[in-house]
Design a protein around this ligand. Structure first.
Ligand code: FES
Length: 178
């Protein structure tokens, strides 16, 4: 008979739980490919305790992003699916499928603030009519992320949250405002 603590250890897979890194070593299915269309509306999914949206760009690339906008946490489920990413309908920030913020219409043209902002994003691949993701700490690494301070890097911030090392809750573990 498992104790309550052992049961929690073996069944909880959300950010910060001991099993989260283990689960994220494997590719896991997200949606059937037929549920997405190029340039179509995104779809809400909940994977390993995270609220996410999956979307297929007009060019056919599939991406998995945190549902809450990194600005004021409006839901990207209502976002516009554009060539360069998903655009939040609240203030117009645009998040590329790799999590980089690519446009901030409410910032002055000379502002470089968008280089400091990173949305939770996981790589996807399509095999056998299914979209798969592998969401370990390696998922969002990139040259641009490496230049950022640690607390704003996608991969490191996510990894710390999974390992329970960060004092802050994982960004996708809090609900969106919409
Ligand atoms: S809440 Fe998304 S751009 Fe402001």
């Amino acid at each position: 008979m498992l104790t309550r603590e052992d049961h929690a250890l073996f069944t909880r897979v959300g950010p910060g739980s001991p099993l989260a890194p283990l689960m994220r070593h494997s590719w896991i299915p997200v949606v059937h490919s037929s549920e997405l269309a190029p340039g179509g509306h995104c779809k809400r999914v909940k994977l390993l305790g995270e609220e996410l949206v999956v979307v297929q760009s007009p060019a056919g690339h599939v991406g998995l992003l945190g549902e809450c906008c990194p600005h004021r946490r409006a839901s990207l489920y209502f976002g516009r699916n554009e060539d360069a990413g998903l655009r939040c309908v609240y203030h117009g920030w645009q998040c590329a499928l790799n999590g980089h913020c690519t446009d901030m219409p409410n910032e002055p043209p000379a502002s470089t603030f968008q280089e400091k902002v990173c949305q939770v994003a996981y790589p996807c691949t399509e095999r056998g009519g299914v979209v798969w993701t592998r969401s370990g700490p390696w998922a969002a690494r990139g040259a641009r992320a490496a230049r950022r301070p640690p607390e704003t890097r996608c991969a490191e911030g996510v990894a710390a949250a999974w390992a329970g090392e960060g004092a802050q809750p994982h960004p996708s573990s809090r609900p969106c405002k919409v």
